[in-house]
Structure formats: structure tokens, C-alpha cells
Design a protein around this ligand. Structure first.
Ligand code: AMP
Length: 207
């Protein structure tokens, strides 16, 4: 089974996906993480993706579909996986159905004002990738990573102007795929309010 996480940027897809990945023992694949890593390393893929990412727009379908296809064919994903950040539009959802129709979507519903607050407070460890939130999930020591001690950073696209553009793109391109899966009976909706554990308990119950 391929689980898909849907919801506004900042709805908790990465965090909940991580917990689900541990519980089910299958990997979580985040197209955003893969693209950010490529940008950091300056690979040809990163160079192609950077401009769109900096503006909060979507990277071209060819690029992300290529990444996902390769991952899904790897041994790691033989028992399934969790996709975080893919599909992001109807053509990507249709392509995923052609690659493997055994998909199920989890829509984490959080209102827009709440995600803007969360994203402005989001911090990430540039070394190990751990996610924090200065309000809901702060690191123990100031702004340093609990796991490895590296000073935390704010993602470039978590600045307020870029967040607004990412939300606009989400409404226009990504939101329609909620209905795409709902109409096919392949979607559960989870209320994304509250603590990480509260949301995860709802998610487990919904599955
Ligand atoms: P995320 O970490 O999922 O918010 O993704 C960060 C950025 O990576 C997005 O704003 C897009 O520019 C790009 N991106 C990630 N996944 C996709 C995708 N499936 N399709 C197109 N662009 C993507």
C-alpha cells in the first residue's frame, strides 16, 4: 500500500508521516526533502528545481515523477511507503495511479491561519533533518537540535511571502486532488488540530 499525505503546507504531513513510517515499518518519501538535498548539493536536479522552490511554486511534473518512480522501484519500498508532498496536482495523481493503483490518501485538515502561524515558527536541523516548532515542539536547548546539537535554521520557503504563495499554489493545484481520492473512496480525513500525539491517535483510529 502507498499512503499519501495531503494537507496545506504546515498541516503536519512530515511529522505525522514520520510517526506512521515508524509504526508501519515502511519508509517515508518526501519529494520536498529530496529536492532540498539536491539544491544543497548543487546537483543538476537541484539547479533545475531551485528557482521554482525559492518562489514557492511547483517544480515540473517530469522531475518529481522521475524521482518518485525511481524510489517506488527500489527494494526499500517493496512493502509500500508513505508519500509526503506527492502528488501535488491532478496529473501527478493520475501518473501515480498508472505506476501503482494501490494508494490510500490521508488528508490532515488544519485551517489556513493556523498553518501560517505554525510555518513561521517551524525550524529544521540542517544536519540531520529533525523538525521542530518553536511553539508546539520546541528544542530543549535554545534553537539547537536535540539529536545532534546543530543550530536550527528556518527553511528559505518558510518566510511569510513565500508561505502565502505556497498556500495559493496549494489551493489552485493540490486541493483538487482531495476530491480526486474522495470520489474514488480512497481518502480519510483527519482533524489536524492539537498536539502531535493527539493528531496521530486520530490518524491511527481513522486507518
Ligand atoms: P514541501 O517540503 O513538500 O513543502 O516541498 C517544498 C517545495 O518543493 C515545494 O514548494 C515545491 O517547490 C517542491 N515540490 C515538492 N514536492 C513537489 C511535487 N510533488 N511537485 C512539484 N513540486 C514539488
Amino acid at each position: 500500500m502507498i499512503y499519501i499525505l495531503l494537507g496545506l503546507p504546515g498541516a503536519g504531513k512530515g511529522t505525522q508521516g514520520e510517526l506512521l513510517s515508524r509504526k508501519l515499518g515502511i519508509p517515508k518519501i518526501s519529494t520536498g526533502d529530496i529536492l532540498r538535498e539536491a539544491v544543497k548539493k548543487g546537483t543538476p536536479l537541484g539547479l533545475k528545481a531551485k528557482e521554482a522552490m525559492d518562489r514557492g511554486e511547483l517544480v515540473s511534473d517530469d522531475i518529481v515523477i522521475g524521482i518518485v518512480k525511481e524510489k517506488l522501484q527500489s527494494d526499500d519500498c517493496s512493502r509500500g511507503c508513505i508519500l509526503d508532498g506527492f502528488p501535488r496536482n491532478i496529473p501527478q495523481a493520475e501518473e501515480l495511479d498508472r505506476i501503482d493503483g494501490n494508494v490510500f490518501a490521508i488528508y490532515i485538515n488544519v485551517p489556513e491561519e493556523e498553518v501560517i502561524k505554525r510555518l513561521c515558527a517551524r525550524r529544521v536541523c540542517p544536519s540531520c533533518g529533525a523538525l521542530y516548532n518553536l511553539i508546539t515542539n520546541p528544542p530543549r536547548d535554545d534553537e539547537k537540535c536535540d539529536r545532534c546539537g546543530t543550530p536550527l535554521i528556518q527553511r528559505d520557503d518558510d518566510k511569510e511571502e513565500v508561505i502565502r504563495e505556497r498556500i495559493r499554489v496549494y489551493r489552485e493545484k493540490t486541493e483538487p486532488i482531495i476530491n480526486y481520492y474522495r470520489e474514488r473512496g480512497k481518502l480519510v480525513e483527519v482533524d489536524g488540530h492539537g498536539s502531535i500525539n493527539e493528531v496521530f491517535s486520530r490518524l491511527e483510529a481513522a486507518l
